[in-house]
Design a protein around this ligand. Structure first.
Ligand SMILES: *[C@@H]1O[C@H](CO)[C@@H](O)[C@H](O)[C@H]1NC(C)=O
Ligand SMILES: *[C@@H]1O[C@H](CO)[C@@H](O)[C@H](O)[C@H]1NC(C)=O
Ligand SMILES: *[C@@H]1O[C@H](CO)[C@@H](O)[C@H](O)[C@H]1NC(C)=O
Ligand SMILES: *[C@@H]1O[C@H](CO)[C@@H](O)[C@H](O)[C@H]1NC(C)=O
Ligand SMILES: *[C@@H]1O[C@H](CO)[C@@H](O)[C@H](O)[C@H]1NC(C)=O
Length: 366
């Protein structure tokens, strides 16, 4: 495929005059990305602007968000790029993967879409006390009933569409909100009275698994499923609790163990049948090299000041001077600097505890 495309590029370069090189560039774009397309589901860590027009207080399209991003505040919940933005660069896409909210009705080309929505959880009610969000179920439905028919039209039939979509990377990073904005808010949500932590994680994983099966019905085969970070040691949790809140850390590790088990089950049961492939990303296995660790001098506080009880940057306050010294940009979301390290490790890191059982580069080549 790659050889064929570069041959046709070569042919084009012989045929076209130098003055047509803009056009030439256009024709060669398709040879570049390492996957056919990149499709993203998730919460605020992956959101690139889907909440901007929702009625919610969970938004980030104001300063100081985007302070290190060329386009300024866009609805990314960080100072610069999200992990999925950097992954798109590592996968050699020309630009960032656009938010679903900005995809026009008629598409002439497709290289991916990002459905992630700040505050969204696996359970539909998670985070809704803050206003609307596009929970995982709705993200999947948007993909199936809005985007998929466009791709079918573009590729000329569902068989060709499914064949194309089987070569795309699906990245799913969701679940924090089901704890922070649901289970651990007993004054608003009843789930902690209804479920033990173990039962709750089972419920979340069952729903996640159902959604993944639904994606498989529309061609999806290569999945990176990202686990939860140490939710109890975020600046937000530390401010609320005074120190790390171990209950949250226990909750996230229970979820992570079950997510890894799901990845094993899917790889064992589905891979032989339909060639699908799954990886689990264990964010808590992140280990910095000593020089990286020296650079990140602040791991327990956010770069932008946040209001008590909120994870979001206060719009009226000046952030820290040197963003690259901070692991956390706001109360729970990582800075561009640490996102660079996380994205590179997801892409081609060699620690099997971090990318289990393989990294994204191996996943997309499988
Ligand atoms: C902080 O977390 C611990 C458990 O990790 C809990 O026992 C304690 O009540 C929490 N403190 C506050 C102020 O929430
Ligand atoms: C994730 O990594 C941490 C740190 O290496 C480890 O303690 C934990 O068991 C891992 N979790 C899973 C589900 O593999
Ligand atoms: C910002 O922090 C980084 C990492 O600690 C350091 O390498 C860099 O020199 C700092 N920049 C400034 C302007 O202080
Ligand atoms: C973070 O750690 C530093 C150094 O250990 C300490 O001085 C500071 O008070 C801590 N900040 C927060 C918000 O916990
Ligand atoms: C990972 O990919 C980057 C960018 O393509 C490359 O520079 C680096 O050498 C790779 N590292 C490994 C361990 O393959």
């Amino acid at each position: 495929m790659a050889t064929k495309t570069s041959k046709s590029c070569l042919l084009l370069s012989l045929v076209l005059l130098v003055s047509n090189c803009m056009q030439l560039q256009y024709y060669c774009v398709h040879a570049k990305p390492q996957v056919a397309c990149f499709i993203i589901f998730g919460g605020s860590i992956s959101d690139v602007g889907n909440n901007n027009n929702l009625i919610t207080t969970v938004k980030s399209n104001y300063r100081p968000y985007g302070i290190d991003f060329a386009r300024g505040p866009t609805g990314r919940f960080t100072n610069g790029r999200t992990v999925v933005d950097i992954l798109a660069q590592l996968l050699e896409f020309e630009g960032f993967i656009p938010p679903f909210a900005n995809i026009p009705g008629n598409i002439l080309d497709f290289e991916g879409v990002n459905y992630a929505s700040g505050g969204a959880g696996i359970r539909p009610e998670s985070g809704k006390h803050r206003g609307d969000n596009i929970d995982l179920r709705r993200q999947i439905i948007n993909h199936k009933i809005i985007t998929y028919p466009k791709i079918v039209a573009l590729r000329g039939g569902w068989e060709k569409a499914n064949e194309y979509l089987s070569k795309c990377l699906y990245h799913v990073n969701i679940g924090s909100s089901d704890y922070i904005n649901n289970y651990f808010l007993p004054q608003i949500y009843p789930t902690s009275q209804q479920f033990t932590l173990d039962q709750y994680a089972d419920d979340l994983i069952a729903r996640l698994s159902q959604n993944i099966q639904d994606l498989q019905d529309v061609g999806a085969r290569k999945f990176a499923l990202v686990g939860l970070g140490r939710l109890g040691c975020t600046p937000f949790a530390r401010l609320t609790n005074g120190s790390c809140d171990e209950r949250l850390n226990v909750a996230s590790s229970i979820f992570n163990v079950k997510l890894r088990t799901l990845v094993d089950q899917l790889n064992n049961n589905l891979s032989p049948i339909n060639n699908s492939n799954f990886i689990f990303v264990n964010t808590t296995a992140l280990r910095l090299t000593s020089s990286q660790a020296q650079g990140f001098t602040v791991t327990n506080a956010s770069c932008c000041p946040t209001r008590r009880g909120s994870t979001l940057c206060d719009p009226n306050q000046t952030p820290c001077n040197n963003r690259s010294q901070y692991v956390y940009w706001d109360g729970i979301r990582p800075s561009d600097s640490i996102n660079q390290i996380i994205a590179k490790l997801q892409y081609n890191g060699s620690n099997p505890a971090f990318t289990y059982p393989r990294n994204i580069k191996n996943l997309i080549q499988s």
